[in-house]
Design a protein around this ligand. Structure first.
Ligand code: SAM
Length: 327
């Protein structure tokens, strides 16, 4: 699949931290201080030279030319902008918890999506951010240290009691678990090279082309996490969770459509949100070789062909009439 090779051509995406500033201010800064030219209308990704564009799908996302180096930029160091790939902005945007919501970010570190959630919630409500990796969670704590409504907790989400009264009002859960990472462009190139040349050493094969057993293990773990998230209840009985996004940066159906298929076969309580609630203008949908066309249409896939990394998002909603109108 040579056409998906796009290393180095993925734009530099910049998410504006709308808790500190706004998109107009950031564009003004880049134009006046750094000599950029802004194409001021939402647009697709054709000519990127020396320009900044607003992203056509995510309102607070700006698109810079590929390889733009902003790592030392003052706006990044001051937390006014965040470097985040476009596809990785989709889960929080799709979950879109309202102001004052109670939210769980189940696999949260280093916190890109946690901070995106808090921006969407305008610094209100409560976010519990879990992660099993202490070092990564320390990064999240640094990123969110002045946000008292974000509680970082070092543990496996699978060990969290979803019936704890603390979580009684949790209605939204973002699940972005560990995955093979096969959608990340540098790894995709590696995967394609190994398939094309068939010249790789065993060691390379291990990192570039995950074995079936590893994918199987990951997909079982991912399925377990989703089912655990569905268990959050109020007073140990009344369902509270009504919307759960599941995402991976994997291109493997085992971690994507097949996990969704397994979940839909296991639960009677959740269904996939309709396509019109899941970035309807995004064209690349789930793989219809894996699921019926109407089901696949409710899922999102992204690829370097879309100028972003390979990514997958599913959005589950509770199958209860009373929630129908506000999700
Ligand atoms: N959502 C993060 C972000 O946007 O910055 C990236 C999350 S990364 C893809 C997956 C994370 O899941 C890793 O930080 C890993 O330590 C964490 N993880 C793996 N198993 C876990 C578990 N059982 N409970 C909680 N976190 C877990």
């Amino acid at each position: 699949p040579k056409d998906i090779r796009n290393s180095g051509n993925i734009p530099r995406y910049v998410r504006v931290n709308i808790l500190k500033t706004n998109v107009e201010e950031i564009i003004k800064h880049f134009c006046e201080q750094d000599g950029y030219r802004c194409i001021d209308e939402p647009t697709d990704l054709t000519d990127l030279r020396q320009t900044i564009k607003r992203d056509v799908h995510i309102p607070e996302l700006l698109v810079f030319p590929p390889n733009t180096d902003l790592h030392d930029h003052g706006l990044l160091l001051s937390g006014h902008i965040i470097l985040q790939d476009k596809a990785s902005c989709f889960p929080a945007y799709i979950l879109s918890p309202p102001k004052d919501a109670h939210v769980i970010d189940a696999c949260a570190a280093p916190g890109n999506k946690t901070t995106h959630l808090s921006a969407i919630m305008k610094n209100t409500g409560k976010i519990w951010a879990f992660d099993i990796d202490r070092k990564r969670l320390d990064l999240l704590k640094t990123l969110t240290e002045r946000a008292g409504y974000i509680e970082a907790i070092h543990c496996s989400f699978l060990n969290v009691d979803p019936k704890d009264d603390k979580f009684a009002n949790v209605e939204y859960i973002l699940l972005d678990p560990s995955c093979s990472g096969s959608g990340i462009v540098s790894r995709l190139d590696c995967l394609i090279d190994s398939l094309e040349n068939n010249l790789v050493s065993n060691k390379e094969q291990k990192t570039c082309h995950p074995k079936d057993a590893r994918l199987q293990h990951l997909s079982e773990f991912q399925t377990q996490l989703i089912l655990h998230a569905f268990k959050c209840t109020y007073l140990s009985r009344v369902p509270s969770v009504k919307k759960v996004t599941y995402s991976t940066c994997s291109i493997h159906a085992e971690e994507n459509e097949r996990v969704v298929k397994e979940i839909l076969q296991t639960t009677d309580d959740f269904v996939l949100a309709d396509r019109d609630k899941v970035i309807p203008s995004w064209e690349r949908r789930g793989d219809n070789n894996e699921l019926a066309e109407d089901t696949a249409q409710k899922l999102i896939r992204t690829s370097p062909e879309d100028s972003t990394n390979g990514f997958f998002v599913a959005c589950f909603v509770r199958k209860v009439k009373q929630y129908g109108s506000n999700i």
